[in-house]
Write a protein that binds this ligand. Structure first.
Ligand code: IPM
Ligand code: MN
Length: 333
């Protein structure tokens, strides 16, 4: 339903194709008749090279005041891996407590028949992503590196609870994916957290898959899944595979959610900044457009979000901006 006050959106176009696809997402949201006010934040690898800012406390505090953040992609080849990822993207996920990374996948056959429709709920603030560990004797033959995986009962439980709630609104089936046969400490914590939350949702059927087996099912039988919940790193890897078996990474969308709404949530395509195709107008804007649709779901604009998803399901062709305009005219019409 259209609201009278505009939603305040912080836009981080970022690097590479990020600004190109984000512009199309905003074009489509406006065409759908949703009132938004946007403020651009120039952040990412290019900004870092220019004046050294990755994400200052001041910028972070400004971002906290928005209703949502729409992000394109960040990272450039000139900056070492990890600097922008940890300093900007992961810092936003952690500082804003975006503990759910929701990534939906729909697979359609060439004729248009739906073959699978599942959602991965990836825990987004813990696991090996927290940066625990260190290095000793660097550069010597006796170098040692450790990188711990941090798993809290609270973190696993809140991700599981969100996933059970999501399953309640869908086909009432939830699969936990982990590696309990090897990661016996973390896996056991996750399994017990999952079982404890399951007791509150007796109508949801549950399953468990080891992550390696899940990779086979993603390719050979994704139809079995409705909702999946998993940890941060397994979720990262599985959702690239999910994209690959669901029309490609060019249409894979994601929502980094703070379900408690103690601050803004952040919406971004699963894909990266693709520096190899920047400026060629060949980037597919659909992942960004569908991420904006997830943003509208969260802002209680579900009708517009559904219209955008329906428009994205019809065939499109042309340059980045031509695809954006085709979808925009469908949602406006
Ligand atoms: C993703 C990305 C990020 C992640 C990178 C860029 C830090 O791959 O959103 O899936 O690993 O979470
Ligand atoms: Mn990833």
């Amino acid at each position: 339903m259209a609201t009278t006050t505009a939603h305040r959106i912080a836009v981080i176009g970022g690097d590479g194709i990020g600004p190109e696809v984000t512009a199309e997402a905003l074009k489509v949201v406006r065409a759908a008749g949703v009132g938004i006010e946007t403020v651009d934040f120039d952040l990412g690898g290019a900004r870092y090279l220019r004046d050294g800012e990755i994400l200052s406390d001041d910028t972070l505090n400004q971002l906290r005041a928005f209703d949502a953040i729409l992000l394109g992609a960040v990272g450039i080849p000139e900056v070492a891996p990890g600097v922008i990822e940890r300093g900007l993207l992961l810092k936003l996920r952690f500082e804003l407590d975006l503990y759910v990374n929701q990534r939906p996948f729909i697979g359609t056959a060439p004729g248009g028949t739906k073959q699978h429709d599942f959602v991965v709920i990836r825990e987004n603030t813990e696991g090996p992503y927290v940066g625990e560990g260190g290095v000793l004797r660097k550069g010597t033959p006796n170098e040692v590196a450790t990188q711990g995986s941090v798993n809290t009962r609270m973190g696993a439980e809140r991700a599981c609870r969100y996933a059970f709630e999501m399953a309640m609104g869908r086909r009432k089936h939830l699969t936990l994916v982990h590696k309990t046969n090897v990661l016996t400490f973390a896996g056991d914590l996750w399994q017990r957290a999952f079982n404890a939350v399951a007791a509150d949702y007796p109508s949801v059927a549950t399953a468990y898959n080891h992550v390696d087996a899940a990779c086979i099912y993603f390719v050979q039988d994704p139809h079995r899944y409705d909702v999946i919940v998993t940890d941060n790193l397994f979720g990262d890897i599985l959702t690239d595979l999910g994209g690959a078996v669901s029309g490609g990474i060019g249409i894979a969308s994601s929502a980094n959610l703070n379900p408690a709404r103690t601050g803004p949530s952040m919406f971004e395509p699963v894909h990266g900044s693709a520096p190899d195709i920047v400026g060629t107008a060949t980037a597919n804007p659909i992942a960004a457009i569908l991420s904006a649709a997830l943003m509208l779901d969260f802002l209680d604009e579900g009708v517009a979000a559904d219209r955008i998803r329906a428009a994205c399901a019809e065939p499109v062709s042309g340059s980045t901006s031509e695809i954006g305009s085709q979808i925009a005219s469908r949602v406006a019409g």
